[in-house]
Design a binder for this molecule. Structure first.
Ligand code: COA
Ligand code: AMP
Length: 630
């Protein structure tokens, strides 16, 4: 491959030619002649006249090329103490049969199928079966509660839901039946069919007129072939947090996703067919979609699905055991996972028990990576540790140190440089470029490269207004940061109310909605405060209605429980303080920046616009009672 600068410049100078060249690396029923088309949407659509299929590119293609007996999927599950392998032929057989099950249930091309499953092979099988027949999957992370499921059911009206009887968290079984039933009861859209994979740890009591047993329907189905799809047909919808309580249904197309993800496997991760690739994430997140399921399989790798945690399953040596046992070449996870390991085993003593020599690189993403964690990992593992920055919307890295193009110097604190296809710039509030090194909004000049989002599901106006209106001609990433003299990008914080808890993207707005719905709450604010392990944690401040005689402790417990029930345990919402007033501007806006600075004990200036400065004393005392504002 060419050196980084040449490659990057060419990708921007002639995007259609550049990506049509990469497109020749995948299987097409009808190869595209068109690259990008910007006439319908600000982001651009890709390869409009091509026909392809993601499942064919993930499985059938490799079997035809002689990889049928190679391991396609390793399931490594310390929480069930099991380890299993499916070859490409075995995986294709299961996927083709499950595609038959979907057809038998009347699922057509373009129909939505919701998948609510833990990290088990059947989740990946269900996703690929949808892709095989042109159904659009929408996976919901198992740590979300029933209300979040209901919101998604209403938004995309799935034909059916595929679920498992339970997920397994260290120390507890998460029963899915009550969560799914509550969601169906709460949703306005009807959902009449659940296909249930029974796990031995917990039984789902099947309802005769609604529930189908996975094993039973698989036994009755015939395998079906891949269907040629338009490149622009949606592959999946994945919901992500925005600034309001209603999540955004990010839509990815078929052709662009295959071309870009396959390309990233060699260009960014430097892995080839036959290599073992492990993304220690969850299929409910974009990292899981792109790098547990699609990317590694498009490349003919062996993908590793891990049902466990970095610590506690059984100890902080879990990752080293998985690398040794499965000969992992590349590991991808969130910095928080390494912070958790480092906290339990600061000297990396457990590494001495394992042979991790198969590992050639560690990739981190999902949140800002603090230099300490990066350096610790690099020192202990003695491999390049690559921080890279991306989002659900883009599906792969916007910035990375592309190991398959040219390994550039690693600069801790920066996810390196713009990936080919992305023209990354930093603008001020007037949409003017800032000086090198100055902080501003990070944007990407349009068009976006293939594989990035093409719409928000049934919310095209929101798609345009949320991402393309503030900076005309650019995609607004929602992140703030700067670019240095060498073109290295530094991503410092969000510009909206999205926070990042243990690598999970959550909306403080959604949590505020839950708190305000409590009958005793008059007003509230939720903010993200810094946390050594999880990066950020949400903290709530509430003002109670006059006449509420409950103790603060009781109110606080009720609110914590409510967020757990409505959003899910993954929100990790555990701290609430009752206050008399919130600091506001004279025009009534809550001064969130000031609140955050006080909570994080960082320097702050009294805002000129504050209505009543004395409020801040009360707030500081309340935050101190939560162990903050030291
Ligand atoms: N189903 C149900 N509940 C889940 C869940 C799932 N799939 N995933 C997490 N939860 C629950 C946890 O059990 C926990 O519940 P609790 O409040 O009863 O203890 C809560 O959600 C918070 O979970 P988490 O943020 O994962 O914290 P943790 O303390 O259990 O673990 C880490 C901390 C750092 C070990 C863990 O967050 C981790 O491995 N992070 C990696 C992040 C990652 O993969 N990010 C994806 C982007 S790359
Ligand atoms: P998600 O859509 O859940 O993948 O979250 C995307 C957001 O996580 C980004 O907009 C950033 O705010 C943050 N993020 C992801 N990767 C990085 C990184 N390497 N450095 C800094 N922030 C990151």
């Amino acid at each position: 491959m060419a050196d980084y600068l040449t490659e990057h410049q060419r990708s921007l100078a002639e995007p259609s030619a550049y990506w049509l060249e990469q497109a020749s690396d995948i299987h097409w029923y009808t190869p595209p002649t068109q690259g990008v088309n910007t006439s319908h949407t600000p982001s651009g659509t890709w390869f409009a006249d091509g026909q392809t299929n993601a499942c064919y590119n993930a499985l059938d293609r490799h079997i035809q090329a002689g990889r049928g007996e190679q391991a396609a999927l390793i399931h490594d599950s310390p929480v069930t103490n099991t380890h299993s392998v499916l070859t490409y032929t075995q995986l294709q057989d299961q996927v083709a049969h499950f595609a038959g099950v979907l057809i038998n249930q009347g699922v057509d091309r373009g129909d939505r199928v919701m998948i609510y499953m833990p990290m088990i092979p059947e989740a990946l099988i269900a996703m690929l079966a949808c892709a095989r027949i042109g159904a659009i999957h929408t996976v919901v992370f198992g740590g979300f509660a029933s209300k979040e499921l209901a919101v998604r059911i209403n938004d995309c009206s799935p034909k059916l839901i595929v679920a498992a009887s339970c997920g397994i968290e260290p120390g507890r079984i998460v029963e899915y039946q009550p969560l799914v039933e509550q969601a169906i009861a709460q949703a306005e859209q009807s959902l009449n069919t659940c296909i249930v994979f029974q796990r031995e740890q917990c039984h789902w009591t099947l309802k005769a007129d609604r529930d189908l047993d996975w094993q039973a329907v698989m036994a009755q189905s015939q395998p079906v072939d891949c269907v040629p799809l338009k490149s622009t047909d949606p592959l999946y919808i994945l919901y992500t947090s925005g600034t309001t309580g209603s999540p955004k249904g990010v839509v990815k197309d078929t052709g662009g996703s295959i071309v870009s993800l396959k390309w990233t496997m060699s260009a960014i991760y430097n892995v080839q067919a036959g290599d073992v690739y492990w993304a220690a994430s969850d299929i409910g997140w974009v990292v899981g979609h792109s790098y547990i399921v699609y990317g590694p399989l498009f490349q003919g790798c062996t993908t590793l699905m891990y049902e466990g945690k970095p610590v506690g399953t059984p100890d902080a040596g879990a990752f080293w055991r998985v690398i040794q046992q499965n000969k992992v070449k590349v590991l991808f996870t969130a910095p928080t996972a390494f912070r958790a390991i480092k906290r339990m085993d600061p000297d990396g003593a457990l590494l001495a028990d394992y042979d991790v020599s198969s590992l050639q690189a560690l990739y981190l993403a999902g949140e800002r990576c603090d230099p300490d964690t990066l350096q610790w990992a690099q020192e202990k593992l003695n491999v390049p540790v690559i921080d890279h920055w991306w989002q659900t919307e883009t599906g792969y890295s916007i910035c990375a140190n592309c190991q398959g193009i040219e390994a550039l110097p690693i600069v801790p604190g920066s996810p390196s440089v713009a990936v080919p296809g992305y023209d990354v710039q930093v603008l001020d509030n007037n949409a003017k470029p800032v000086a090198t090194g100055d902080i501003g909004s990070i944007v990407v000049k349009l068009p976006l490269p293939p594989g990035t989002f093409v719409d928000l599901w049934q919310a095209n106006d929101r798609f345009t207004s949320a991402y393309f209106s503030r900076f005309p001609g650019f995609y607004e990433t929602g992140d703030a940061g700067f670019i240095d003299d060498n073109g290295y990008v530094f991503v410092m914080s969000r510009t909206d109310d999205v926070i990042n808890v243990a690598g999970h993207r959550l909306s403080t707005g959604a949590m505020e909605e839950v708190l305000s719905n409590h009958p005793d709450v008059a007003e509230c604010a939720v903010m993200g405060v810094n946390d050594e392990l999880k990066g950020q944690l949400p903290v709530g401040l509430v003002i109670l209605n006059a006449g509420c005689d409950k103790s603060h402790q009781q109110i606080s417990a009720e609110l914590v429980q409510k967020v757990r029930e409505d959003i899910g345990p993954v929100a990790a919402f555990k701290s609430v303080a009752v206050v008399e007033k919130l600091p506001k501007t004279r025009s009534g806006k809550i001064l969130r920046g000031t609140l955050r600075s006080i909570a994080n004990s960082t320097d702050w200036n009294m805002p000129a616009t504050i209505e009543d400065p004395s409020v801040l004393n009360d707030i500081t005392d309340s935050l101190k009672s939560l162990g903050l504002a030291k």
